[in-house]
Write a protein that binds this ligand. Structure first.
Ligand SMILES: Nc1ncnc2c1ncn2[C@@H]1O[C@H](COP(=O)(O)OP(=O)(O)O)[C@@H](O)[C@H]1O
Ligand SMILES: [Mg+2]
Length: 323
């Protein structure tokens, strides 16, 4: 995204947003209702055009978009037919093939239920089916708009595990602290007319806000008011995440531990590329400014990765010590 600006109803929702997604990026999008979260996803998906700036998708990008609006479905179709209409099988990162039926089963549609006509499914089941169809499209950039609103906890738990293994980029809008902390490591926060990019999960963002922004931001209030499952004030957030003293990798950390060296290599290479581009663009001050911004983001990302590397390796040592 380069200098993305978008107004709706005469209100500027997004102004000069520049962001470059890195491989396996996990970006949460938070903010009050009506602040522009869905608008941002629509811009990324090309469903809306920006007033200025642009969205550039890499040549290999295959988008999957779980939109907030309910989809029209042919009620007479059976669940499995609806999913197969997208694809009969998908291939996972390790090359194995998963059939539509297996995906349905994984997402809590047992074989008997797969032949149920859509008209007999509940609202939540239809949303789950729609999610499956999006995933069967084998996207490598996944946009999720408020999946936590109408998917049940069982489905969310399957989705969280699925995202752990998902090799692509994920942008997800959510008001659910647990889901965000579980799935993302960066936030795009709409706060009173400005967008803040925060590196860390939602609880870390809250801690950061508490330290750096005296009054609780409206984005934050919204988050708390919308939460029905985890409704505690920021101060007790730590209680809700008991993971601090564990001596065990989470599933997400295990994957991270296995890939972190490569991620750091990529982040370093990315910075080398930017430097080369800066040298080539020395006469073009506009482009140079963009590159400076990208360099800043790249350095922040590298720093985050280095911190994660330290954390993961220390944890690995402690695990080894315990074993
Ligand atoms: N199709 C539309 N036409 C005009 N205004 C719209 C349209 N969609 C959204 N908006 C306005 O844009 C603002 C942001 O909407 P949206 O991105 O859906 O917010 P969020 O997803 O953060 O709740 C809202 O104030 C809404 O009134
Ligand atoms: Mg929305």
């Amino acid at each position: 995204m380069k200098d993305l600006t978008k107004s709706m109803d005469g209100r500027t929702l997004i102004k000069d947003l520049t962001y470059i997604a890195v491989p396996q990026d996990r970006v949460g999008i938070v903010g009050p209702n009506g602040s522009g979260k869905s608008t941002l996803l629509n811009l990324i998906a090309g469903k809306l055009q920006p007033d200025s700036g642009e969205v550039q998708l890499g040549a290999t990008v295959k988008l999957g978009y779980f939109t907030q609006e309910h989809q029209d479905m042919d009620d007479s179709m059976r669940a499995i037919e609806y999913v197969k209409e997208e694809a009969e099988v998908i291939r996972t990162a390790d090359g194995s093939v998963i059939t539509a039926g297996q995906m349905l089963e994984r997402f809590l549609f047992p074989p008997a239920m797969q032949w149920t006509p859509i008209s007999k499914l509940s609202g939540g089941e239809k949303r789950r089916l729609y999610l499956l169809r999006v995933l069967m499209g084998a996207p490598n950039v996944l946009l999720l708009d408020e999946p936590t609103n109408d998917l049940d906890i069982g489905t969310l738990s399957v989705l969280e595990d699925y995202l752990d293994e998902f090799p692509g980029v994920v942008f997800t809008v959510s008001h659910d602290r647990y889901f965000l902390d579980r799935t993302i490591d960066k936030l795009t926060a709409f706060e009173n007319g400005q967008i803040r990019l925060h590196v860390g999960d939602y609880s870390e963002y809250e801690e950061w806000l508490a330290k750096n922004v005296p009054a609780q931001s409206s984005a934050d209030k919204e988050m708390n008011s919308k939460q029905n499952t985890v409704q505690e004030p920021a101060a007790s957030a730590a209680v809700a995440s008991p993971a601090r003293e564990k001596v065990k990798f989470t599933f997400k950390e295990q994957r991270e531990y296995e890939t972190i060296d490569e991620m750091i290599g990529q982040a370093e290479q990315h910075l080398v590329d930017i430097t080369a581009q800066m040298e080539a663009a020395f006469a073009d001050s506009g482009r140079l400014q963009e590159l400076v911004e990208l360099q800043r983001q790249g350095e922040a990302e590298l720093e985050r990765l280095m911190e994660r590397w330290t954390y993961l390796n220390e944890l690995a040592e402690r695990i080894a010590g315990k074993a």
